[in-house]
Design a protein around this ligand. Structure first.
Ligand code: NAD
Ligand code: MG
Length: 328
């Protein structure tokens, strides 16, 4: 790709069109070659207190202190998704980025969706996918509209040449201390992002999914034990947990598996851009038995497990990573 072509493609991506992006040479560290051994889970990753910080929604991982670990320098693949084609919403940061890195290093081509404001994070992910030798497709756009959700799936299918993994991971969480502070606009935005968008995306994707395909949705410990300041968000995660089980029954006879991931407190932009109060950010994860929040990298293996062929009898299940106090 020439420089001028690359510039054109990048600006097309910024405008919301699907684009295959090239990685600037040498921008990312080489993936590690091996894993093993043990580490103390209490001290493996940063512990609170964390610096006081907040960013305007949706926030950037690249501006967090400390930077979240999505497996950039640690995830080692072994060909477990060779030849697969994945669409990941919220693939720029957090759990979506961890899944994107893992999937690419396991041999999958990966399309990511994110908001246009998240382009700096998304470019890093595109570089990481390309550094793994896989095709990266960047499809920015707002999931709160049905037309965009349909186009997202159509663009991903066209650019990837098919689709067999859908990770419905994007989510909106904005804490409100009281139901009296929760506006109808807030409530609507949370429902559109967390409930309608997965419905629109999965509905558009199912006709393309062959037997052996997998759908993975990100729910939350909030589905089971809701916090008082997450009245709207928590009920969407209960709905996600529920639709996983319904769809698994509906799509099992077609050979399509549907599962969910229920994280506990994980260090991501969602938390420092309104998801948690500033006070909560400083002590984030402190009440966990491990004394710290999780890092997105620590969930990559779960997203892999639920998508890979080796997990062929796992459907209608929710896998947790709660740090010792969440459910399931
Ligand atoms: P994150 O901020 O890294 O990811 C959320 C992503 O959602 C954003 O990157 C953004 O791209 C996407 N998004 C939000 N609104 C959108 C919209 N209108 N259109 C398009 N994209 C939109 O944070 P994360 O914590 O990795 O979140 C990923 C998932 O994990 C979410 O569903 C969240 O609810 C869930 N979750 C997070 C935690 C946690 O503690 N961080 C715990 C349980 C569940
Ligand atoms: Mg993001």
């Amino acid at each position: 790709m020439s420089d001028s072509t690359r510039r054109h493609v990048m600006s097309a991506a910024a405008l919301g069109a699907a684009a295959t992006l090239a990685a600037p040479a040498g921008a990312q560290p080489a993936p590690p070659q091996a894993r093993g051994g043990t580490s103390d889970p209490r001290s493996k990753h940063p512990r609170p207190p964390f610096p006081v910080q907040s960013q305007p929604w949706p926030g950037l991982a690249g501006r967090m202190q400390p930077r979240p670990d999505h497996g950039e320098t640690s995830y080692v693949g072994s060909g477990r998704l060779r030849g697969r084609k994945a669409l990941i919403t919220g693939g720029d940061s957090g759990m979506g980025r961890a899944a994107a890195i893992a999937y690419a290093r396991e041999g999958a081509d990966v399309a990511i969706n994110y908001l246009p404001a998240e382009e700096p994070d998304a470019r890093e992910v595109v570089e990481l996918i390309r550094a793994a030798g896989r095709k990266a497709v960047a499809i920015p756009g707002d999931l709160r509209g049905e037309d965009f959700c349909k186009r997202l799936v159509a663009d991903a299918v066209r650019e990837l040449g098919g689709l067999d993994i859908v990770v419905s991971n994007a989510g909106r969480q904005q804490a409100r201390g009281s139901i009296l502070e929760l506006s109808t606009e807030d409530f609507d935005a949370t429902m559109k992002t967390n409930i309608y968008a997965p419905f629109w995306i999965i509905k558009a994707a199912v006709p393309h999914l062959q037997p052996g395909s997998a759908i993975v949705a990100t729910t939350s410990e909030q589905a089971y034990d809701p916090s008082p300041d997450l009245y709207d968000y928590a009920q969407t995660k209960a709905a996600t947990m529920n639709f996983v089980k319904s769809l698994a029954k509906q799509l099992g006879p077609k050979g399509i598996r549907v599962n969910g991931v229920a994280p506990g407190p994980i260090w991501t932009p969602l938390q420092i851009s309104g998801g948690a109060s500033e006070g909560k950010v400083v002590t984030f994860g402190a009440t966990s038995p491990l004394g710290r929040p999780g890092q997105p990298a620590e969930l990559a293996g779960i997203y892999l497990r639920l998508a890979e062929d080796d997990g062929s009898y796992t459907t209608g299940n929710i896998y947790g990573a709660g740090g010792g106090q969440g459910q399931p």
